[in-house]
Design a protein around this ligand. Structure first.
Ligand SMILES: [Zn+2]
Ligand SMILES: [Zn+2]
Length: 270
């Protein structure tokens, strides 16, 4: 798995974000011949440029939700503009809502917000709404379980399994207080890699109650309780410049050695 964007809330360019990266959520996963992309944050743009060098593209793009930091890269994803490519977009928080995924993306990619309408794109784009909490069938041998997360306007957590290995992607979500979120615990049980919304520290969290995000300490508690192999700190706050992230990284490793902090460009293998 290749991390192309690890920042939360908004892209952060500049010299204070060089080591951990400023692009928002986007992770590339390869399961045998299958390409799966988690979220379409600004990290999706450079990934699209890279993909275009390798011929035709057929991918599944799983969205945690449609807040701007998770879809801002989509209008700039070059494979959408080329005939012969197939992009399947999945979201679990809009089923039964007034607008489904297609309507939401169409709204974003419309004048005067964006000059190129959805209909003008060359690729075959499929919009798939599903209900968070159900399993979805992406490709043979690739199972995907999902759960509802605790976030304003909803969000979906994913567990992907292929060839005996598993990866869990849990962002954006706020922990539920005096107990570990049972939905998340159930989903991440025994997983190889657990990526978690670690926007805040426990010390900062009381100021941001109700904003829909969690802490790296809660990630450690969940990872330990669910016997996760590797815990990955993800969705870094814009305020957390490189020097602060170094401090967080040291504290996380001290609290749970089998952990790491996501950095743009990082590659992990389960
Ligand atoms: Zn976010
Ligand atoms: Zn969000």
């Amino acid at each position: 798995m290749h991390f192309h964007g690890v920042r939360g809330t908004i892209a952060c360019p500049g010299g204070e974000y060089v080591r951990y990266g400023g692009n928002t959520s986007c992770i590339e996963l390869r399961f045998g011949p299958h390409l799966v992309i988690l979220d379409a944050g600004t990290g999706l743009r450079p990934l699209g440029v890279e993909l275009m060098q390798n011929g035709k593209i057929d991918c599944d793009l799983l969205l945690s939700h449609t807040h701007l930091d998770h879809i801002a890269g989509l209008p700039f994803f070059l494979p959408l503009f080329t005939k012969g490519n197939t992009v399947n977009l999945w979201a679990g928080h809009l089923a039964g809502q007034q607008e489904g995924l297609k309507q939401v993306i169409k709204r974003v990619m419309s004048a005067p917000l964006f000059p190129v309408p959805l209909e003008a794109l060359g690729a075959k784009i499929e919009f798939r709404d599903f209900e968070a909490g159900t399993s979805i069938a992406l490709k043979p041998g690739l199972t995907v379980r999902t759960t509802t997360l605790n976030h304003p306007n909803g969000a979906t957590g994913y567990r992907l399994e292929y060839g005996g290995h598993s990866v869990c992607y849990i962002t954006d979500t706020e922990h539920v207080g005096d107990r570990l979120d049972p939905h998340i615990l159930d989903l991440i049980e025994g997983t190889d890699i657990f990526i978690y919304d670690s926007t805040y520290t426990d010390e900062q969290y009381p100021r941001y109650r109700g904003w829909g995000h969690s802490t790296w300490q809660e990630g450690v508690r969940l990872a330990n309780a669910a016997k996760v192999k590797l815990f990955v700190v993800f969705h870094h706050a814009p305020e957390h410049i490189d020097d602060i992230m170094d401090e967080i990284a040291a504290a996380v490793r001290h609290a749970r050695p089998a952990s790491c902090v996501a950095q743009e460009g990082m590659i992990l293998r389960p």
